[in-house]
Design a protein around this ligand. Sequence first.
Ligand SMILES: NC(=O)c1ccc[n+]([C@@H]2O[C@H](COP(=O)([O-])OP(=O)(O)OC[C@H]3O[C@@H](n4cnc5c(N)ncnc54)[C@H](O)[C@@H]3O)[C@@H](O)[C@H]2O)c1
Length: 253
Amino acid sequence: MATPDNETLIDLTGKNALVTGAAKGIGRAIAERLRAAGANVTLADLDASGDATAKEIGGSFVVCDITNADQLSAAVTAAARGGNLDILVNNAGIYPTTGPIDKVSDSFVSRMLEVNVRAQYSAAREAARAMKDGGAIVNLASIAGIRGGANITAYSASKGAVIALTRAFANELGPRGIRVNAIAPGIIDTPGVQEQMAPLKAGGLDIDAAIAANPLRIAGQPDHIARVTLFLVSELAAFITGQTVVVDGGATA
Ligand SMILES: NC(=O)c1ccc[n+]([C@@H]2O[C@H](COP(=O)([O-])OP(=O)(O)OC[C@H]3O[C@@H](n4cnc5c(N)ncnc54)[C@H](O)[C@@H]3O)[C@@H](O)[C@H]2O)c1
């Protein structure tokens, strides 16, 4: 068998991809990378500004709250374009400030798990149904799901669950030619992070320094995550499934 060249291995021409939470931040960067590799990219987000994002990068947009079964199903159908869905990037997630355990209500924990775990699970299940000829799923976890951390307990629990469901889905879907991996980002400079850090900034925190507080002293950018996503969904990663790739500038090293 001839060895494919590098360009062929990373070429996504004709592949149908769905990226959730793609209006901005990490999801947007991922959608851009997949589009640049030739994929037909559908951006799904509950924020209607995703329409403008899609136009800028040459993709399609569907309004979709991933917790809504009908909207999720419509997004998967749109992304499959009457054929196979080849790629799902399960990126949409929330990280509202958790605070100390004593201040965390049951409803807060339920909401975190509803979006970050239950809806990601549903999205992977719906996508897998549309991956009749195989495919690749990438779930966005977090280093918070690996090492934990004070005041982010509910978020940590949700992202730990994403890592576990990634392994389980990989086992079940592997025989159908569907690879399932996760990325655990360190802190990445996105609108969501800026929003979360705003109160700390008001208290004197240097946000840029906090974002670059890793051994590489590089501020984590959405494209750092997008590059690894491209690798994981491409044929470069043909023999990788069930894994969580930490992309954090060495913060957990
Ligand atoms: N930024 C980081 O430092 C960081 C670190 C680790 C993990 N992550 C994970 O990466 C993912 C993206 O993070 P980000 O920083 O780009 O976030 P962000 O808040 O900047 O953007 C998230 C996008 O997802 C959308 N979204 C939220 N809930 C949704 C829902 N129910 N249905 C559809 N869309 C929804 C938002 O409208 C937004 O456009 C999340 O899963 C997050 O937990 C981020």
